[in-house]
Ligand binder design. Structure first.
Ligand SMILES: Nc1ncnc2c1ncn2[C@@H]1O[C@H](COP(=O)(O)OP(=O)(O)O)[C@@H](O)[C@H]1O
Ligand SMILES: [Mg+2]
Length: 463
């Protein structure tokens, strides 16, 4: 069974016709002829979608819609009606969040496509909502941990890009969590049940990379003793993460660009088009425009991938996340190794705070993994980190400088500068306004404007 669908329509003939179509396609259907009973039934029947003719029983269509929305905020609503005005339909979609509108008689084929899409979207939304709640409670987003303003921005971006198939470029130093971000995007996307494959271009010799990515036919080159499927075929319908994209030879970057644009691959030694439906997430630990200047990244590929960029901050720039991250890692690693460690002593945490973390979260994880393994009690102490050579001075935080490519819109410079200053002041708005030399009121107004445009998450706001 594909799920339950509730139809609220006073016209028996219409609802019966639709019921038959939906049942034939594997849905379980319940029809209600009055809006009152429809609303009641919706609570217990737990439908995955609700189909409503707003003229059912002459009730005010909008009252009915509002009521259903309030009770079933995540269930998509599809409207069907005869001869109703386009204005009513638009209003229902815009104001009441109805998913789609069909003029009767309903074309069953189109209806089924829309229904499937609506259900998929609702599922993604529901999962995002769960994640958002987690985030509010624990400063985490999926497996990503961190409560800093910069990480909140990352979560918001992930949420925005997850549902589409757009390519995303993930930048950040080694160990900042690029692969984890890629996995999170995949897990939140409609492709989550299809494969996720991560290929590290710096780990594959140039000579083998083409066959690794695109596959080969038997005899395509010396040593090709049998046919081999490439990563594109293996990850088909899913997500392919290309890590360290700048390490890919230029010729292959050109081929990759063609695959992205034409959505077909050719195995080495074959001219046959193999259609692929793949979402590409590319990652690099270099500044991408710099990599273009150095000749390691093709400009045309960067432009194709750069539609959305998610930049991950270095750990030294989000030290306020350190306690949360460290605690999360201790819990996970203790479970993994079946060890008793549960907490980190304040002195030990201080020691971690002094370090500059050039290896970012990966380095933190390594340090804590070792400590968890050797710690025989519940509490991790400073000496469990020995002989780890912590430098006893803070690295110059790159937080104190912000760079923008030439031509960055002034508005964007202003926004980032405000967010970074807030980060530095630990979200103290009075201090931030002082540093930025604007009034507190101006700062508040700007933040409100960003929030209204969805450019900064409400949840990122600490009181
Ligand atoms: N925000 C984060 N929250 C929790 N764990 C993280 C976070 N960022 C990185 N990690 C962990 O640090 C390690 C390195 O992350 P990874 O995604 O491989 O980094 P990168 O691909 O940028 O080198 C992994 O074990 C990952 O789970
Ligand atoms: Mg990596």
């Amino acid at each position: 069974m594909k799920g339950r669908v509730l139809i609220i329509d006073s016209d028996r003939e219409d609802s019966e016709a639709l019921r038959r179509e939906l049942q034939d396609s594997g849905y379980e259907v319940l029809t209600e002829s009055s809006s009152g009973s429809g609303v009641e039934v919706a609570d217990t029947f737990a439908p995955i979608a609700i189909v409503i003719d707003p003229s059912a029983n002459g009730a005010d269509a909008f009252v009915l819609l509002k009521e259903i929305r309030a009770r079933q905020p995540h269930t998509p609503i599809i409207l069907t009606a005869r001869n109703s005005s386009i204005e009513t339909a638009m209003r229902a979609i815009q104001e009441e969040g109805a998913y789609h509108y069909f003029e009767k008689p309903v074309d069953p084929e189109k209806f089924l496509v829309v229904l499937e899409r609506a259900v998929e979207l609702a599922e993604t939304r529901r999962e995002n909502e769960i994640l958002r709640r987690q985030l509010r409670d624990r400063g985490a987003f999926g497996e990503l941990v961190g409560n800093s303003e910069t990480m909140q921005e990352v979560y918001l971006l992930i949420e925005q890009v997850a549902s589409s198939s757009a390519s995303v470029l993930i930048t950040g130093e080694s160990g900042t969590g690029k692969e984890l971000v890629a996995r999170t995007i995949h897990n939140l996307s409609p492709r989550r049940n299809a494969p996720f494959l991560a290929v590290n271009c710096s780990a594959i010799p140039d000579t083998l990379m083409e066959s690794e990515l695109f596959g080969h036919e038997k005899g395509a080159f010396t040593g090709a003793v049998s046919r081999r499927h490439g990563c594109f075929e293996l990850a088909n319908t899913g997500t392919l993460m290309l890590d360290e994209i700048g390490e890919m030879p230029s010729l292959l970057q050109a081929k990759l660009l063609r695959v992205i644009e034409e959505r077909v691959v050719h195995r080495l030694g074959s001219r046959k088009d193999i259609p692929v439906d793949i979402r590409i997430l590319a990652a690099t630990n270099k500044e991408p425009h710099g990599a273009v200047r150095d000749g390691t990244l093709r400009e045309d590929l960067l432009y194709r991938l750069n539609v959305i960029t998610i930049h991950l901050p270095i750990l030294a720039d989000r030290m306020e996340d350190l306690p949360l991250l460290a605690q999360h890692l201790v819990t996970t690693l203790a479970a993994k190794h079946n060890r008793p460690a549960r907490f980190i002593s304040p002195a030990a945490l201080d020691a971690l705070r002094y370090h500059s973390w050039p290896g970012n979260v990966r380095e933190l994880r390594n340090v804590l993994e070792r400590a968890v393994v050797i710690c025989s009690g519940e509490q991790i102490e400073r000496h469990h980190f020995a002989p780890y050579p912590f430098e006893q001075r803070q690295r110059l935080r790159s937080e104190d400088t912000v760079t923008f490519p030439v031509g960055t819109p002034l508005e964007e410079i202003e926004r980032q500068m405000i967010l970074r200053t807030l980060d530095k002041t630990g979200n103290n708005k009075t201090k931030a306004a002082e540093l930025l030399n604007v009034s507190l009121k101006t700062l508040h107004n700007k933040l409100n404007a960003y929030r209204a445009r969805g450019l900064v998450s409400k949840l990122g706001e600490k009181k």
